[in-house]
Design a binder for this molecule. Structure first.
Ligand SMILES: NC(=O)c1ccc[n+]([C@@H]2O[C@H](COP(=O)([O-])OP(=O)(O)OC[C@H]3O[C@@H](n4cnc5c(N)ncnc54)[C@H](O)[C@@H]3O)[C@@H](O)[C@H]2O)c1
Length: 261
């Protein structure tokens, strides 16, 4: 694979598995030093795997909703690799509940991780990139639910629409500093999150057995398959590359054609 990120450092949150781990693998394969984080210990295993494959990698268990922990993550990147060039705000959570059952704490947690977490990481990334003066790339993981809210997830839809708002606002603020800010909207991607979705939505929408709801929804994808972390990583790698230097403030679907707007 072309080493187009040689000498660059990429921070990826939510990289203990699923989409974030695939992004870390892709950036490492393309020569970047990667700093990966997650709230669960799986992130250290992902880091060990990347290290064993020869990557430059550091990892941290942290919570993207806590400003001091976000600062510590960016400090780690600078301490280990000297700079931050690419920052992918990918950590996210979902719950699924009918409106009468949805708790205030569910609302607060989803908004805190998915929206405030993106804001805090973007804030820190921009500060570090400004200090270095060589521009940078911010990529925020939104969702198909930033295009259209799905049933039983008003908090998640609100949180991901919020990610698009953050992306557009910050893109305008930093545009003259060669820092681009873009968002991505994965569709149905086969990760642990989707396994939860399949079970939780399946229970509320009918008497679905494991995997049945996902199979039904996949039938609506024009390409006829669920996505993978690798499908998403290809887009993220492009947005982080020199080829995407003139693209900012955009929100791009990566969903096999599920949503065409
Ligand atoms: N899987 C899908 O179909 C799908 C679709 C659209 C968008 N997304 C988004 O993609 C991103 C990755 O999802 P995934 O499918 O890989 O899910 P996942 O559940 O496999 O991974 C979520 C990651 O977020 C981390 N995380 C959760 N709370 C955190 C916190 N407070 N602080 C730091 N890290 C935290 C977890 O540790 C984990 O690494 C999420 O933002 C999700 O909303 C996923």
């Amino acid at each position: 694979m072309q080493k187009r990120f040689e000498g660059k450092t990429a921070i990826i949150t939510g990289a203990s598995g699923g989409i974030g781990a695939a992004m870390a693998k892709r950036f490492a394969a393309e020569g970047a030093a990667v700093v990966i984080s997650a709230i669960d210990p799986g992130v250290d295993e992902v880091a060990a795997g990347l290290k064993a494959a020869g990557a430059k990698v550091a990892s941290m268990r942290m919570d993207v909703t806590k400003k001091d922990e976000v600062e510590a993550l960016y400090d780690l990147a600078e301490k280990e690799f000297g700079r931050v060039d690419i920052s992918v705000q990918n950590a996210g959570v979902i719950t699924i509940a009918k409106i009468e059952a949805m708790t205030e704490s569910e609302w607060d947690k989803v908004m805190a991780v998915n929206t405030k977490g993106v804001f805090l990481c973007c804030q820190e990334a921009i500060a570090r990139m400004r200090k270095h003066g060589q521009g940078g790339r911010l990529i925020n993981t939104a969702s198909g639910q930033a295009r259209q809210g799905f049933i039983y997830t008003p908090h998640y839809a609100a949180s991901k629409f919020g990610v698009v708002g953050i992306t557009q606002s910050l893109a305008k603020e930093v545009a003259k500093e060669k820092i681009t800010v873009n968002a991505i909207c994965p569709g149905i991607i086969d990760t642990d999150m989707w396994t939860y979705n399949d079970t939780a939505w399946g229970k509320l929408l009918g008497d679905y057995k494991p995997g049945e709801l996902m199979a039904e929804w996949v039938k609506n994808i024009p390409m006829g398959r669920a996505g993978s972390g690798e499908d998403v990583s290809g887009l993220v790698s492009f947005l982080a590359s020199d080829d995407a230097a003139y693209i900012t403030g955009q929100t791009i679907n990566v969903d096999g054609g599920l949503i065409m707007s």
